[in-house]
Design a protein around this ligand. Structure first.
Ligand SMILES: [Zn+2]
Length: 289
């Protein structure tokens, strides 16, 4: 089943919403990164968040998201483009065996960095300190502080016992205040989004025709009488790595001549494995000419 991304605006509230159903993308990346259940639970929110923010991009734009903390988790990175292609990595995919408490996992300090770029230039970049012990909330905080767009993100993941298909459900919702949005009302909608009742609405195993409509109505309910909203289908999120032999050759070109000579003398080739997708690119001396 194809993953889904929808976006729209609640008219009376000037609030943008994005809804993602991305269990396939999350499964693909979690399996590629060989995550244990503890790492997968944390990492899933980074992947779902990347799916959400891909809807904010156009043409050749791309987001690179990096979360760092001084706990065992270390680094989580995700990037996405306007076509909904998402890839991600986690420096510690085996937290179950390396951390025993939440404090071990997250450490004391954390930060989130966001770079928005096109194929030719960096459009925007920033870093904020954040350690909500939830990568989706960290990212929402980044947008609220650095881009000054009040943002809330909630993810709901449900796990399967099947190691080949660890995630049964991965859904996520993002809200953003548009110009003219009353921030006290935004807070009320945020509370509804974060409520257990709303999380319950996100859990059905299959996306029914009106699931997303029910969620948007729930969010606006009690705040406006008869909420009206527009909702459009955005690109379908999918795991897709952008690595190519050409960009690996470009990366190899940054090695010194002595390092390259040594590698080629020893094995006759240079093997570079992409950390995102595990593809090994084989570079021969003639490729470097
Ligand atoms: Zn790759």
């Amino acid at each position: 089943m194809e993953d889904l991304l929808y976006r729209g605006i609640i008219d009376q509230l000037n609030i943008r919403f994005v809804l993602a159903d991305c269990q396939q993308t999350v499964n693909d990346i979690i399996l590629k990164q060989d995550c244990d259940p503890v790492s997968a639970a944390i990492f899933a929110n980074a992947i779902s968040s990347a799916a959400l923010v891909s809807s904010l991009l156009t043409e050749d734009e791309k987001y690179t998201l990096k979360w760092r903390c001084d706990g065992q988790l270390g680094l989580v990175m995700a990037d996405c483009n306007a076509q909904g292609h998402i890839r991600a990595l986690i420096s510690n995919p085996h937290l179950a065996s390396s951390a025993t408490t939440e404090a071990d996992i997250w450490g004391k300090e954390g930060s989130v960095s966001v770079i928005k770029s096109s194929t030719t230039q960096i459009l925007n970049s920033g870093t904020v300190e954040a350690n909500f012990r939830d990568l989706a909330q960290d990212l929402a905080f980044f947008f609220s502080i650095s881009d000054q767009i009040e943002t809330a993100i909630v993810c709901k993941n449900i796990f399967n016992a099947d190691p080949q298909h660890p995630i049964r459900t991965a859904r996520a919702v993002m809200l953003q205040a548009l110009p003219g949005c009353d921030l006290t009302i935004f807070e009320q909608v945020r509370k509804r989004l974060e409520s257990d009742e709303c999380k319950q609405l996100l859990t059905p195993p299959v996306v029914t025709d009106n699931l997303f409509e029910i969620i948007v109505k729930y969010l606006a309910n009690g705040i406006v009488e008869k909420p009206t909203f527009s909702m459009e289908h955005s690109v379908s999120p999918q795991f897709k790595c952008s690595c190519t032999k050409e960009n690996m050759i470009a990366a190899a070109a940054s090695l010194s001549k002595a390092e390259l000579d040594e590698a080629f003398k020893k094995d006759g080739e240079l093997r570079i494995t992409c950390q995102f997708c595990n593809t090994t690119h084989v570079i021969k001396p003639e490729d470097m000419a």
